[in-house]
Design a protein around this ligand. Structure first.
Ligand code: ADP
Ligand code: MG
Length: 333
């Protein structure tokens, strides 16, 4: 059987039961943004890891080594954010092909250490090997979160409000521009390409939601809104509606879509690598929560609700309903 027959998530489902061999201390194993473990003290320990492969996740001609270094850590910071945590220590392993020189690696570590400094992350170890193929980068990152604040994917309740911490689709639009090499005005393509190459992990937003006491569940939008909402719905056993006209609108995305004759909604719903957070919050006190976020300089944008239908639906501006199917990123599919 080929991996494409079951897809990335089918594979993860297949291996998940094998994971927990010594159950004591494991709060959450395979199946969330981070593994969550109990350790002495008031915090849970969080661990996440992400693999980036040249030609699958990035092309060397698209981005400087600094940008690739920073993004390799940023995508892991985003998973710590999704669990409401504060990042701690990173471990970096690289498989280096012959065409990568020391100067490239210097740039990579410069980019990574700059973002590490911003977020107070130590770089504490890793591994270096030769690669007979492409450049492969793996970062593992630890974090911590107070035990009563951890955010999971599986704990949304029917009747919650779904909020995003930023717009979705810009990164997909940026990828499209890079791939097609379309000539667009700088004011349009620069912010979109930046969204793709230099995503800001929403660590402050994650801490804010975790401390709010009203956030039932969260995930970071790495595979695409429809897929990541799908993870929350499936794991929590809830359904959801998303209102198309409440999705945050990105002016450069809309302009790029119109110039390239692409469907902006498809980018917003299914494009991946946004690294904003999608959270499921209690409906009571929503206005206070939104106001308090704003006071902290953060945005929470309500886009829909969870329900007990078990289905995901999109409500169009004319109030008609359409099935919302998870069509985001899935390796091997
Ligand atoms: P994210 O998109 O948030 O990084 P993934 O979809 O990559 O999450 O992974 C989902 C879950 O599956 C996580 O708990 C992750 O640790 C686990 N996982 C993914 N690949 C493997 C693997 N090869 N072996 C064990 N666990 C895995
Ligand atoms: Mg994630």
């Amino acid at each position: 059987m080929k991996l494409k027959e079951i897809g990335e998530f089918g594979f993860i489902d297949r291996i998940a039961p094998l994971g927990s061999i010594r159950a004591s201390g494991v709060i959450k194993g395979i199946g969330d943004d981070c593994a969550v473990m109990s350790v002495p003290g008031d915090d849970y320990l969080l661990v996440t890891t992400d693999l980036l492969v040249e030609k699958v996740h990035f092309l060397l001609d698209w981005a400087s080594p600094q940008v690739i270094g920073a993004k390799s850590l940023a995508v892991n910071l985003s998973d710590i954010a999704a669990c409401g945590g504060e990042p701690l220590d990173a471990f970096i392993s690289i498989a280096v092909p012959e065409y990568i020189d020391v100067e490239w690696l210097d740039g990579f570590y410069k980019g990574m250490s700059e973002i590490a400094r911003q977020y107070g992350v130590n770089l504490l170890g890793g591994d270096t090997t030769a690669s007979k193929g492409h450049l492969v980068i793996n970062v593992a990152l630890t974090g911590r979160v107070p035990v009563d604040q951890v955010l999971f994917r599986h704990t949304a309740r029917p009747g919650d409000i779904l909020v995003l911490t930023g717009p979705t689709g810009e990164s997909a639009a940026g990828t499209e521009i890079l791939l097609s090499q379309a000539a667009l005005p700088e004011a349009i393509f620069l912010p979109l390409i930046r969204s793709h190459l230099e995503p800001r992990p929403h660590v402050s937003e994650g801490r804010f939601l975790a401390q709010s006491g009203v956030c039932n569940a969260a995930i970071d939008v790495s595979d695409g809104l429809s897929s990541d909402l799908g993870h929350i719905c499936r794991d929590s056993g809830v359904g959801a509606v998303v209102y198309q006209d409440r999705l945050p609108q990105s002016p450069p995305l809309l302009q790029a879509a119109s110039l390239l004759e692409k469907d902006p909604l498809s980018w917003m719903l299914h494009g991946g690598e946004d690294y904003v957070l999608l959270a499921s919050v209690k409906s009571e006190g929503l206005q206070d929560l939104l106001a308090s976020a704003l006071q902290n300089g953060l945005f929470l944008i309500p886009i829909g609700e969870t329900n007990d239908t078990g289905r995901m639906e999109l409500i169009r501006p004319d109030d008609s309903r359409a099935d919302l199917t998870a069509k985001g990123w899935n390796h091997f599919r």
